[in-house]
Write a protein that binds this ligand. Structure first.
Ligand SMILES: [Fe+2]
Ligand SMILES: [Fe+2]
Length: 306
């Protein structure tokens, strides 16, 4: 049975509760509570626009009229649409020209990027670091999907962009505690999710992220890729969309290893990971992909933050 179809594989959110733990020599109180109401919502207009775009017959006019009803979203969509990643030197001053230029698939990515960008406080360096990691991963995800041309990876950009959205949600809820967790994990050379799993009884950033994806009514494949992005070594063959999950996991490794996060491992070791093996990546292919992703990130990411 595929893991995604088992409700028990996702976190029962009502079970989340605060905990108190001892950590190493230090007694740390982690009173972090996250319940469904703490998971962010997309703006009503963003929600409606995403729903409208599922209908192939939606007109540009309908979308233009809808998005313009939310001035903040309009501004952010235009900002994202005019970043080098999307603009290619041709900017848009209006939503209608952005829609014409981008097309529906790209517009969906832009709306989700604009809407999720609101979660990351622009004045907080930790949140900005998380945001840059998201964008670097999204770029890597898109490039990997385009280059490898495996099926089921249309949503690589969105899934990679949102793979760590759970981190920013936990951070907004308990900034001091989560900052300390990150600092101690870094000092001890421990992965963040491993530290979370020691401290949080009922959740980690992957489960919180997957629940948010569900709340936003994105696809099951995206939720699955987010939920299991750190677990592929054990669960990959049981997943419904192995290709998307592998691309997202690899995109996360690329972003980290290219300086947007903590390096995961040496590049030669990446080829032995479940995601790379599933995608049949040779060391030479990995090197070529790294060069492509690095080139894109270096030229486009510095201006991509919203
Ligand atoms: Fe993660
Ligand atoms: Fe990540």
């Amino acid at each position: 049975m595929p893991i995604r179809s088992s409700r028990s594989s996702f976190l029962a959110i009502k079970q989340m509760r605060s905990i108190r733990v001892s950590w190493g020599k230090q007694i740390v109180s982690f009173n972090i509570e996250i319940s469904e109401k703490d998971l962010p919502v997309l703006s009503a207009v963003a929600n409606k626009a995403l729903a409208l775009m599922q209908n192939d017959n939606v007109s540009n006019n309908q979308l233009d009229n809808l998005i313009k009803q939310d001035p903040a979203l309009t501004q952010r969509v235009l900002h994202v649409a005019n970043t080098p990643f999307y603009c290619g030197g041709v900017g848009s001053r209006t939503i209608s020209s952005a829609i014409m230029r981008l097309g529906l698939r790209q517009l969906r990515n832009v709306i989700l990027m604009a809407a999720s960008g609101e979660l990351f406080n622009a004045n907080d360096p930790i949140a900005q670091g998380m945001w840059e990691h998201s964008i670097a991963s999204a770029m890597a995800g898109q490039i990997l999907a385009d280059q490898l041309r495996v099926s089921g990876t249309d949503e690589a950009f969105v899934a990679a962009m949102l793979h760590d959205v759970g981190k920013v949600i936990i951070y907004r809820q308990a900034p001091n505690e989560y900052r300390e967790l990150h600092e101690q994990a870094s000092a001890g050379g421990e992965r963040i999710q491993a530290a979370e799993d020691k401290l949080f009884v009922y959740f980690n950033h992957s489960t919180v992220g997957a629940l948010t994806i569900r709340k936003w009514k994105l696809s099951d494949s995206v939720a699955e890729a987010v939920r299991f992005h750190h677990d592929l070594e054990t669960v990959l063959p049981k997943l419904e969309n192995e290709n998307l999950a592998s691309i997202v996991s690899l995109a996360n490794i690329f972003a980290n290893n290219l300086g947007y996060g903590r390096p995961i491992c040496e590049w030669p070791a990446v080829g032995k990971m479940a995601c790379a093996m599933h995608l049949r990546l040779t060391p030479e292919r990995i090197q070529t992909l790294v060069a492509k992703v690095q080139g894109a990130i270096e030229t486009q990411l510095p201006k991509a933050a919203v």
